[in-house]
Design a protein around this ligand. Structure first.
Ligand code: GLP
Length: 252
């Protein structure tokens, strides 16, 4: 794993956007795996800036998001589809037909999961997958207990995750308790992985991901099985790593 410890959220966002921009320039028809949550918002802002000011071209890019809440129609204000429209898709020249997010309101959820896996395969697989990390070490919505063999499926969210996401909803009982998520196997099949972590609430998960046991109890630990993972984290997210580990990483 390649580790970058940078000063703060802004530096993390810039570094992450830079990695994606290089990928798009190297391969204009890249297949991007995209993430939601609070962490990548700054990265998307920077990508939008690069598009507007530097002409970063998304016209041939394909995207697949990691996950979507079960029960929310695409147009719901808290759906991940809405998040992606607001943060990126509506602000760059990506072809809307090339953007993929599982449909949380699909009548047959199992069929939707299978369809999603097929679409990823049909696009030739994911070139670079962006990930955040949950406080409990989840990636996508692969909660503790998810094995390395999991594909896109319906998952039950843990209480911790529902609580963490409640801030986006008007009341706690509106927060969905299920989601469709790419599996660990789907994520590990991406050619490259870029994981972002910011803030002290992620420090323990980051430490266990890098130094703990390889276990379904900390789904992000499986990333150590992948040959090309870059972790960009700010100082707070890196605060539980040994000084020697931090010193050995590329500084900002
Ligand atoms: C959410 C998402 C994940 C995200 C994680 C962390 O529930 N499904 O993809 O990485 O939790 O979110 P945040 O970046 O807001 O801390």
């Amino acid at each position: 794993m390649k580790l970058w410890v940078v000063e703060d959220y802004q530096a993390m966002s810039r570094r992450a956007a830079d990695v994606l921009a290089r990928e798009i320039k190297r391969k204009p028809d890249s297949v991007l795996g995209l993430a939601t949550g609070g962490t990548p918002v700054g990265m998307y802002q920077e990508l939008v800036r690069m598009h507007r000011e530097e002409g970063l071209d998304f016209s041939r890019v394909t995207s697949f998001n990691l996950d979507e809440y079960v029960g929310l129609p695409a147009a719901h204000p808290q759906s991940y589809r809405t998040y992606m429209e607001e943060n990126l898709f509506a602000k760059v020249n990506i072809d809307p037909r090339m953007t993929h997010i599982p449909r949380g309101d699909a009548p047959d959820l199992e069929a939707e999961c299978a369809r999603y896996e097929r679409e990823i395969a049909r696009a030739g697989g994911i070139d670079i997958q962006v990930l955040g990390i949950g406080r409990n070490g989840h990636i996508g919505f692969n909660e503790p207990g998810s094995t390395a063999a999991t594909a896109t499926r319906v998952v039950q969210l843990t209480r911790d995750t529902v609580e963490a996401n409640a801030r986006y909803f008007d009341s706690p009982d509106e927060v969905p308790t299920q989601a469709i998520s790419m599996g660990i196997r789907t994520i590990l099949a991406a050619k490259r992985i870029l994981l972002l972590a910011s803030g002290s609430s992620k420090a323990e998960a980051v430490q266990r991901m890098l130094e703990g046991e390889l276990t379904p109890e900390l789904p992000a630990s499986f990333l150590r099985q992948h040959a090309d993972v870059t972790v960009v984290m700010d100082r707070q997210a890196a605060s539980r790593l040994p000084a020697a580990t931090i010193a050995g990483t590329a500084a900002d």
